[in-house]
Design a protein around this ligand. Structure first.
Ligand code: GLV
Length: 309
């Protein structure tokens, strides 16, 4: 089958090499080869331009090279080609490490010691919270969020989850649904947002949301930047000096040089690296889904277009 690979990753060459090795009996093309686009049946993409998608007239499956699919659904030419997203255990583990690092930096006041060190100060601070005394609210408990929630629970944190709709899935922690967001926010010492970018999540984390969180709190956003109103966050931090945020995703990426978020003392910025797609395990995942499709000649889309994720 004819396959197109297009990604805007720093390690895209390594990814392509790994895919070519695994798919050795198929053709994997890139856009610079100028092949007629109507021969392409499978597209493996991250940030494909709409003008290309428009010309992929014989597409059977789109693989998102990440967990998110907003980069595909936002394209005007996207109709309803089945989408398969990465469900990669290594990506989950990386995301968990990222979340844990941000929780521990906050919980153990490590930034305070860093600042003191720069001034040769032996900071005489004796109190840090125990895991069992912290409640972590995981906003969005899908493939990634549920894993993080379970792992945090196994480390003795109190963990609660928030989900838009009641589902049959089993959870080992209390789950709050749509209308009970207020209670979820009130209970959480730390919020970890793993929300996807949809119409409903746009600016969900706004002034009113932030005001319902604890005054001394940490917001970790590793979902999508579109769910956070950045101006409201800056204003909130101005009024609550013990409110902290760790942001991995932004409304505009790369974060513009002139963004006020960069220099804010209470904000930690990482460049969308919380859940990096793992080349080897993703290659295997794509290949197994591809084989399923070849055997059955059909594939179930991972995306409910109505929900937007
Ligand atoms: C990263 O944000 C991803 O969607 O994989």
């Amino acid at each position: 089958m004819n396959i197109l690979f297009h990604a805007s990753f720093a390690n895209q060459d390594e990814f392509l090499k790994s895919l070519k090795k695994k798919f050795f009996s198929h053709k994997i093309f890139t856009l610079d080869q100028n092949v007629p686009l109507d021969i392409i049946e499978i597209a493996l993409v991250w940030n494909l331009p709409d003008k290309i998608l428009k010309k992929l007239k014989n597409l059977k499956i789109i693989f998102s090279l990440g967990a998110g699919v907003d980069h595909i659904l936002k394209l005007p030419s996207y109709k309803n080609t089945p989408i398969i997203r990465m469900q990669d255990p290594n990506m989950r583990s990386r995301m968990l490490n990222h979340v844990l690092s941000q929780i521990l930096i906050y919980q153990l006041k490590l930034t305070e010691y860093n600042k003191a060190q720069l001034k040769n100060i032996w900071l005489n601070e004796r109190h840090t919270s125990l895991n069992k005394d912290l409640t972590i609210g995981v906003l969005g408990v899908g493939y990634l969020g549920k894993f993080i929630a379970n792992k945090l629970k196994s480390l003795d944190y109190n963990v609660i989850g928030y989900k838009k709709t009641v589902s049959a899935g089993k959870f080992s922690m209390p789950i709050y649904y749509k209308k009970s967001l207020k209670t979820f926010l009130k209970l959480s010492d730390i919020i970890v947002s793993v929300l996807p970018a949809t119409k409903e999540t746009r600016d969900l984390i706004n002034k009113s949301f932030l005001n319902q969180m604890k005054k001394k709190s940490l917001l970790i956003n590793i979902g999508r930047g579109s769910s956070l109103n950045e101006m409201d966050l800056l204003q909130h931090i101005k009024q609550n000096k013990f409110f902290f945020a760790s942001l991995d995703v932004f409304k505009t990426e790369p974060l513009p040089k002139n963004s006020k978020l960069w220099k804010n003392q209470n904000i930690t910025i990482t460049p969308h690296v919380a859940a990096i797609t793992d080349v080897e395990s993703s290659t295997n995942y794509i290949f197994s889904k591809f084989q399923q499709f070849r055997t059955k000649r059909k594939i179930k889309s991972d995306v409910k277009i109505k929900n937007g994720y």
